[in-house]
Ligand binder design. Structure first.
Ligand SMILES: Cc1cc2nc3c(=O)[nH]c(=O)nc-3n(C[C@H](O)[C@H](O)[C@H](O)COP(=O)(O)O)c2cc1C
Length: 382
């Protein structure tokens, strides 16, 4: 592999590299999945009101929950919103052609309680992305984000996602078209580079070019994507994280709002990044697998707000939402599959997961399955 070339601005004063040491070490093993995702739940609702201007969203972006395909659907986001009232939530990536030609309400509908919520689009055709942005704008998203980080084969074949790190001019054209069509801020989520690119050279050039086209907020997954030879899952773990490079980008581009993403599992890590000058922290897998542990104290520590309600109260808050999902023909499992990690680490957590996994998928499964899963948890907590 090439030795990294370090431009002059790379080493922040005061030997920041050593200061980054252990506190930011990624914790392995969070990437295990709780089974394959089923079809995205029914999407019936349109909302037309955002939560307000760019400043509100920027404040929310101090902590965001990453876009994750098959995972951060509307039900997952609704659950996260019961734990944090303030963090910015991202949708799964939706491709621009799907928005234009697909079932828009299913792909774009969300619950008003999810605000502030950002839609992530995938694509590389400026006109298509502009159309998709215009359509999505009607749904009331607070932000539209362009995916320049996803390495899956499907995404590569359509020439979008991380492969666009090699085509910053095209990304600039895409975001310019999106900005012209968007009623809200357009942002970019990217990698530090792909394949043999030298991140210390490529990333600042990318930020320069794309910000010149009008984007001033970026979420940077602090590792390269290897487009050949690694699976999407491996691409989230194997290429090494380079947090100092992301911190250096903030120092090199102080006018940009920069969030760091990748391997962050605790609020301690998040606070350390914010203290180092980054504007935001984006958490992905940890927020999915252990939503309560990851987010319980987020509003208080990151936003100066309140502690989350306890786990049982979170379940209570999900009940009316689930009831209305069931009433409109949805399946219990579509919501509860995101709730499996809610009691992570608590006595009885395995039983909670087992009851939901075994029974929520049955035809006609209803709220009594949640009662059955919850009763032993209450006994154990008493
Ligand atoms: C199941 C899954 C699906 C993902 N889908 C997307 C996606 O649609 N768009 C995107 O930009 N990143 C996607 N990612 C990457 C995450 O947004 C994030 O960058 C990555 O998981 C690293 O953050 P983490 O270590 O906090 O999980 C996905 C990750 C996972 C685990």
């Amino acid at each position: 592999m090439l030795p990294p070339r370090r431009p002059k601005w790379y080493s922040p004063p005061g030997s920041a590299r050593t200061a980054f040491g252990g506190a930011y070490e990624p914790v392995d093993g969070v990437a295990k999945r709780h089974g394959r995702a089923g079809p995205v739940g029914r999407m019936m609702e349109r909302t037309t009101s955002g939560t307000g201007g760019a400043e509100t969203i920027r404040a929310a972006a101090r902590l965001s929950i990453a876009p994750m395909m098959d995972w951060t659907d509307r039900h997952c986001r609704y659950l996260h919103r019961q734990i944090t009232a303030r963090a910015l939530l991202y949708t799964e990536m939706v491709t621009a052609p799907a928005v234009i030609h697909g079932d828009r309400d299913r792909l774009l509908g969300f619950d008003a309680a999810e605000h502030p919520v950002a839609l992530q689009l995938g694509g590389s055709d400026p006109a298509e992305l502009a159309d998709a942005t215009r359509i999505a704008g009607d749904y009331g998203y607070d932000e539209i984000n362009l995916n320049v980080g996803c390495p899956s084969d499907r995404v590569q074949s359509g020439c979008f996602g991380a492969v666009l790190m090699e085509r910053s001019g095209l990304v600039a054209d895409c975001v310019a078209a999106m900005i012209a069509a968007a009623p809200v801020e357009v942002t970019v989520k990217c990698r530090i580079g792909v394949d043999d690119q030298v991140p210390e050279a490529v990333l600042p050039a990318f930020l320069e070019t794309v910000s010149a086209a009008g984007v001033s907020r970026f979420a940077i997954h602090a590792r390269k994507a290897w487009l050949q030879g690694l699976s999407p899952k491996e691409n989230r773990d194997i290429p090494p994280l380079d947090y100092p490079l992301v911190v250096a980008m903030k120092q090199a581009f102080p006018g940009l709002h920069i969030s760091v993403n990748g391997g962050i599992t605790t609020l301690d890590q998040a606070e350390a990044f914010l203290a180092d000058g980054l504007d935001g922290v984006m958490i992905g897998r940890a927020a999915y697998h252990e939503p309560y542990d990851a987010l319980v104290d987020a509003d208080r520590r990151i936003f100066g707000g309140a502690l989350a309600p306890d786990r049982f109260e979170v379940v209570e808050r999900m009940r009316p939402y689930i009831a209305s999902h069931l009433e409109t023909g949805g399946r219990l499992h579509q919501v509860t599959r995101h709730m499996l990690g809610l009691f992570h680490g608590q006595p009885g957590a395995r039983g909670w997961r087992r009851v939901l996994s075994e029974r929520a998928n049955a035809p006609g499964a209803g709220l009594d399955v949640i009662d059955a899963a919850l009763a032993p948890m209450r006994d154990l907590a008493a």
